[in-house]
Design a protein around this ligand. Structure first.
Ligand code: GDP
Length: 197
């Protein structure tokens, strides 16, 4: 897929104000600082589309971007801020889980995982929750340019193994770098395929 147009539509703090669920939607989510904004900008070819390095604890927003006048790319707030209050964490949880669980136009969740790290409990638990809810998801390993491909492969293997404790089959995964554009064609190609049904 070639991204010809990518337009910011709206930021929401309320589920009731989301755009009508009339277009296929793909949600991007991950720990704060995982490289989500950079990945969205890389995929769309628009540098300032998603705001990079947002201040932790800032208002939690669901951002909708309209791609090729065909589908929505949804930027969900990051999880796992160390310095966020318990009540804010609970608000995040309720807001995002309600969105994910109830959004009828949601086709797939793209769970971003930092490829530099060994499996993190919060990421594994989030994937397990998606599985429990029967939500379709894929893994997108980020920042692959930051270490050797051997190290990346090792961390991916460990993550997949961690998921195998719960899942019979591990989901599809992509290896990406916003610096080198690695994985761009693969992720966009995947979305294209799902859109075509
Ligand atoms: P977000 O909080 O998940 O939206 O993460 P950002 O996109 O703001 O990225 C967090 C930090 O990681 C920033 O300093 C980025 O420049 C850096 N970063 C993100 N993706 C990559 C990548 O693919 N390669 C490298 N080398 N750095 C990255």
């Amino acid at each position: 897929m070639i991204v010809k147009s990518a337009e910011f539509i709206c930021s929401n703090t309320q589920i009731s104000k989301l755009p009508p669920p009339e277009k296929p939607e793909y949600a991007f989510i991950g720990r704060s600082n995982v490289g989500k904004s950079s990945l969205i900008n890389m995929l769309t070819g628009k540098k300032g589309l998603a705001k990079t390095s947002q201040t932790p604890g800032k208002t939690q927003l669901i951002n909708h971007f309209y791609i090729n006048e065909q589908w929505y790319l949804v930027d969900l707030p990051g999880y796992g801020y160390a310095r966020i209050s318990k009540s804010k964490k609970e608000d995040w949880d309720k807001f995002i889980r309600t969105y994910l669980d109830k959004r009828e136009s949601l086709q797939c969740v793209l769970v971003l995982i930092d490829s530099r790290h060994e499996p993190q409990k919060i990421d594994v638990e989030f994937c397990n929750w998606l599985g429990e809810k029967g939500l379709s998801f894929v893994l997108v390993f980020t920042k692959a340019d930051k270490q050797s491909s051997i190290k990346t492969d090792q961390n991916i293997a460990k993550f997949r193994k961690a998921l195998l404790a719960t899942f019979e089959e591990v989901p599809q995964f992509f290896v990406t770098s916003s610096e080198s554009k690695l994985g761009k064609d693969e992720v966009l190609g995947f979305i294209d395929e799902v859109n075509k049904g």
